[in-house]
Design a protein around this ligand. Structure first.
Ligand code: MG
Ligand code: ZN
Length: 356
């Protein structure tokens, strides 16, 4: 090919292939605000009295959340759809409706040599983190879910639920010992966690669930920062899932103050992810929810004082669309109307996991 023809081809390619379509992230940080719909986000914005980090995102979409069995999903089917790209029945974890195990984006990332991590503001055995790791027909089988953590080569796990690893009633296994045999450093305090430089860490910082805000303090943003720091040492990149678990629980209680406090806390974890991504330039950050909780609406408020008048149509979940926010290479894939099954495939494609 002549030099002129070659240049013509290059210029043609630059015109027809949008720049964003040829950009691929090395790392993905996927943050789930459990139960975080638009009303919850608004409550966080109003109570925070200054803009949330979420407001910096420019690529925004809407996600359909129904499950295979219900218009209104639970966090088992919701988490499974986000993690594996498969809709399942409410109550199930990491399985399709026929009870066949399906692979999560975390498993796939691990198989392809990426470092992987989970940070959750709940017991690690709870439905959302479990969806990335476990395969169970019933989300309440916490000890079985804890044992599933031993079946994946996940690098960093930080959350609660220590008792399901160490003080089991269904069998005699000591999963803490088994984790140590698999070369994990098991830590039980934030101080120990922040000191570690080990590539494989299990941070079991609470017997069961961490407390709600404000008692939980800055556990979630600090654990997120530490997980990113550890995972970023992997040359091939990483996949990290972070869950703001208790927005949902405050929603079930129709507790507006606590919903806002949990959203603000989750937003700090989002900030930790976004700070890293902006510096790194090679990291895609996705923030979404598994469903809305409380069928929450906001009837009145005061932007000056942070007062809010909320109403709730439910003590459970609702089937309303939830937002998705994205930043970084590939972010424009997450705009418009999406289904909660789209994430695994899109992330796998963006990370080139299928060609590795
Ligand atoms: Mg959850
Ligand atoms: Zn819930």
């Amino acid at each position: 090919m002549s030099k002129k023809a070659f240049l013509t081809v290059i210029i043609f390619m630059m015109l027809v292939v949008p720049a964003s379509a040829v950009k691929h992230p090395k790392n993905v940080i996927f943050l789930i605000g459990d139960g975080m719909g638009l009303a919850q986000t608004t409550a966080g914005m109003v109570k925070n009295r200054e803009p949330l980090t979420l407001e910096l995102f420019k690529h925004i979409g809407l996600v359909k959340t129904h499950s295979a069995s219900h218009f209104t999903t639970d966090s088992g089917a919701g988490g499974t759809a986000l993690a594996t790209g498969v809709k399942t029945k409410n109550g199930m974890i990491g399985m399709n409706p026929d009870s066949v195990a399906v692979q999560s984006i975390l498993h796939l990332s691990d198989n392809k040599g990426l470092a992987t991590g989970i940070v959750a503001a709940c017991a690690l055995t709870h439905a959302t983190p479990a969806s990335y790791v476990a395969h169970q027909v019933n989300r309440n089988r916490y000890e079985a879910i804890a044992a599933d953590y031993l079946n994946v080569d996940i690098d960093v796990v930080i959350g609660g639920g220590k008792k399901y690893f160490s003080n089991r009633t269904s069998d005699e296994r000591d999963l803490i010992k088994e984790l140590k045999n698999k070369k994990y450093q098991v830590v039980e305090t934030m101080t120990e966690l922040e000191k570690t430089r080990k590539a494989k860490v299990a941070g079991l910082l609470f017997e069961d669930h961490p407390p709600a805000m404000p008692e939980r303090g800055d556990f979630l943003p600090r654990a997120t920062t530490k997980a990113i720091q550890l995972l970023a040492t992997n040359r091939k990149g990483f996949f990290l899932m972070v869950e703001g678990s208790q927005i949902d629980w405050a929603g079930h209680d129709n507790d507006t103050e606590r919903i806002a406090a949990e959203v603000i806390d989750f937003d700090k974890a989002v900030k930790a992810a976004l700070d890293f991504a902006r510096e790194d330039g090679n990291t895609l950050v996705i923030v979404t929810a598994d469903h809305e909780t409380g069928a929450m609406s906001l009837l009145d408020g005061n932007l000056g004082t942070g007062e809010l008048k909320a109403a709730y149509s439910s003590g459970g979940h609702s089937g309303i669309l939830v937002p998705v926010y994205a930043y970084g290479p590939g972010a424009d894939e997450f705009t418009g109307f999406l289904d909660n099954t789209c994430f695994k495939g899109k992330i796998a494609r963006l990370l080139h996991l299928n060609d590795k």
